[in-house]
Design a binder for this molecule. Structure first.
Ligand code: ACM
Ligand code: ZN
Length: 641
């Protein structure tokens, strides 16, 4: 036997002894795998044993609901019903203590926590409940039963006979950024209240604290507004279409709009409260003055042209149907005042997002009202007209005790005085706004847009461009020469043009949101790609067990072309993560571990070959998706050496 085979054999024996299908890592590393990576972890000797006689002690004001939530989670995950007590008894053995310690505010900040696991007890300590919640999330991620794969030898029911070991350690942890957001677009496709709650529950496990709800767009208005009932009677519904977004047939004259939905005010209250219990703030967005076709379909007088438009089902309409609010007419501002008033009453969030992106301004140029408005206010172009609107909307929001956030286009005609900017077309808008002394949330599309491809587009549902996991992870929110003080944080955005159902929403979110959670929470020195991948794979076990969908694209091969000196094309293969083998064929057969292995040297294309088929392997097991790549497309992805 050669050395490699001996190593492999030993590996297999060790894995069998461990009883789980987890990859092999050294002991120190396997003791914890928390995402996002905490600021400081000191691993100690020994374990705490969680068993039926473990009790949970809640110390301090408002701690009891959290301790009960923790007990419920344990019950859900492992079917163990632990007693929660409140009395300040002498700490008996085998206790998990949740404790508010206001004196630690200076060290930990408002969201920080300390978690100490010793053989006798576990203490989660924080200055505020939010920190305790994060401590409890980290503690859950330390539980082997939650982390191990479903083919681990123990079943949940066996808790009666087993003690669950939690490694002894000391964690001190707090976030790098205060805005750690995820956005879900519920306009392009509607997602049920139940799914939204489940989504919030999941994102709170990785210490996201902002859930941005994109509630209106050209394809649907999703929130009940009592002053304008047609917004949901008409605006929430469109004709049903399936297939490829942007190539759908427009609504036909007699066709019924049956696809859609909206949240009632009670639904919104339920979502907001559910999020609050998990220390997540729901930030509502109504996207104006562009992206407003659903509102205009309901109330045509809101547009310059007052046409009889239909809610868009995903067909091309720009420049034909008018999806832009008229800024010239006062009725638009009366509408916005009433709508934002109802929205402000429903959402405790300090911020309301007003969109401002991709506004199609041509109709303004031919509108007498808009032209008059520009003249009267000395506005020299339509960008300034948009800014005029945003400045008035900022005043409307301020009257209701709220602050304005908009996409970076709100910079174009002059920024409203106190606006916060969400920088999505790269980071330049964010840099500019920060230099002007405005707060910024960094959401550049090429690092944070979760609607983009995460693997080879050949095997993924159609969408726009590419954002691999590595590009989510390799992101620093603070550009050079920008004062970090102005960067509130970052956000991942899940636009849903090509996300027609909740399973696919999960697939697009995970694991990229895991990477972003670490970008937003952990200090740079605690971010290390290989270690992140190890911890991510532990979360994959959790996803499997809990039937949460996620993408395994990070295991796939990446195919590109290289031009040889004689102008011939060669195929270059690589993977995002290390330790994988890539096997390939050119002869139409499906590759397996006996097929040629890529050896880091671009390969010549045999004469007559029409495709390359590739698949990744780890320790001789297939791990990635097979990709059948037509070589006719290779010249579209030429890399320079
Ligand atoms: C955006 O992606 N249009 C903000
Ligand atoms: Zn107008």
């Amino acid at each position: 036997m050669n050395t490699n085979r001996v190593i492999l054999l030993i590996t297999i024996i060790v894995l069998l002894l461990l009883g789980c299908n987890s990859p092999l890592y050294n002991d120190e590393e396997t003791t914890y795998s928390i995402i996002p990576n905490p600021v400081s972890v000191k691993v100690q000797d020994g374990n705490f044993s969680l068993n039926n006689s473990t009790q949970i002690l809640a110390l301090g004001k408002d701690v009891l609901p959290l301790a009960k939530m923790f007990a419920d989670e344990l019950n859900n995950f492992i079917g163990i019903d632990l007693k929660v007590i409140e009395k300040n008894v002498r700490y008996s053995k085998n206790t998990i203590i949740f404790k508010i310690d206001t004196a630690s505010l200076g060290i930990l900040g408002p969201e920080g926590y300390k978690l100490q696991v010793t053989p006798k007890k576990i203490i989660v300590l924080a200055p505020k409940s939010q920190g305790l919640f994060y401590g409890f999330q980290s503690l859950l991620q330390l539980l082997p039963i939650i982390n191990n794969s479903s083919n681990c030898k123990f079943s949940n029911k066996e808790i009666d006979r087993n003690e669950w070991k939690i490694p002894c350690l000391d964690i001190l942890d707090y976030p790098r950024f205060e805005w750690r957001g995820l956005m879900l677009d519920v306009s392009r496709h509607f997602f049920s209240k139940e799914f939204v709650k489940q989504y919030i529950d999941e994102l709170s496990k990785y210490k996201f604290n902002i859930f941005h709800l994109h509630l209106s767009d050209d394809q649907g208005w999703r929130i009940q507004i009592d002053s304008f009932p047609r917004l949901t009677e008409i605006g929430a519904w469109r004709v049903p279409r399936t297939g490829k977004w942007w190539s759908f047939q427009p609504p036909q004259p007699s066709e019924k709009a049956t696809y859609g939905g909206f949240y009632t005010k009670d639904d919104i209250k339920e979502i907001v409260q559910y999020a609050q219990e998990r220390f997540v703030t729901v930030v509502p967005e109504l996207d104006i003055p562009g992206h407003s076709l659903a509102a205009i379909a309901a109330y045509p007088h809101l547009s310059c042209t007052k046409g009889n438009y239909k809610v868009n089902p995903g067909s091309r309409f720009y420049g034909v149907d008018n999806n832009t609010l008229c800024v010239g007419q006062e009725t638009t501002f009366e509408f916005l005042d009433k709508v934002f008033s109802e929205v402000a009453d429903l959402f405790p969030s300090e911020y309301i997002h007003v969109g401002g992106d991709e506004c199609f301004k041509d109709f303004w140029e031919t509108c007498n009202f808009c032209m008059k408005r520009m003249e009267e206010n000395g506005l020299s172009n339509t960008d300034e007209l948009q800014s005029y609107l945003m400045k008035r909307v900022e005043i409307i929001l301020k009257e209701k005790g709220k602050r304005l956030i908009g996409w970076d286009e709100i910079l174009e005609g002059g920024l409203s005085p106190e606006a916060t900017v969400m920088s999505w077309r790269g980071i330049d808008g964010g840099i500019k706004a920060a230099k002007m002394g405005h707060h910024v949330i960094m959401t550049p599309n090429y690092h944070t847009y979760l609607d983009l491809y995460q693997g080879d587009h050949i095997i993924e549902p159609e969408t726009y461009s590419l954002l691999r996991l590595e590009n989510c992870y390799n992101f620093d929110l603070v550009p050079p020469n920008v004062n970090e003080e102005y960067i509130l944080g970052g956000q991942g955005n899940l636009w849903t043009e090509s996300v027609p159902n909740s399973r696919h929403a999960e697939y697009m979110t995970w694991p990229r949101a895991l990477a972003l959670s670490e970008v937003f929470w952990s200090p740079n020195e605690k971010r290390e790609w290989n270690d992140f991948i190890r911890r991510m794979e532990v979360r994959f076990n959790y996803f499997d067990k809990n039937e949460i969908n996620y993408a395994r694209s990070v295991f796939d091969a990446i195919i590109s072309g290289i031009k040889g000196t004689d102008d011939s094309l060669k195929v270059k293969l690589r993977t995002e993560i290390s330790g994988l083998d890539i096997h390939y064929t050119f002869d139409e057969t499906n590759p397996d571990k006996f097929s040629p292995k890529y050896e880091d040297v671009p390969i010549d294309i045999p004469k007559g070959a029409s495709q390359i088929k590739v698949r990744t392997y780890r320790t001789n097991q297939p791990i990635g998706n097979q990709i059948n790549f037509p070589l006719s497309m290779l010249d579209q992805r030429i890399e320079s050496d």
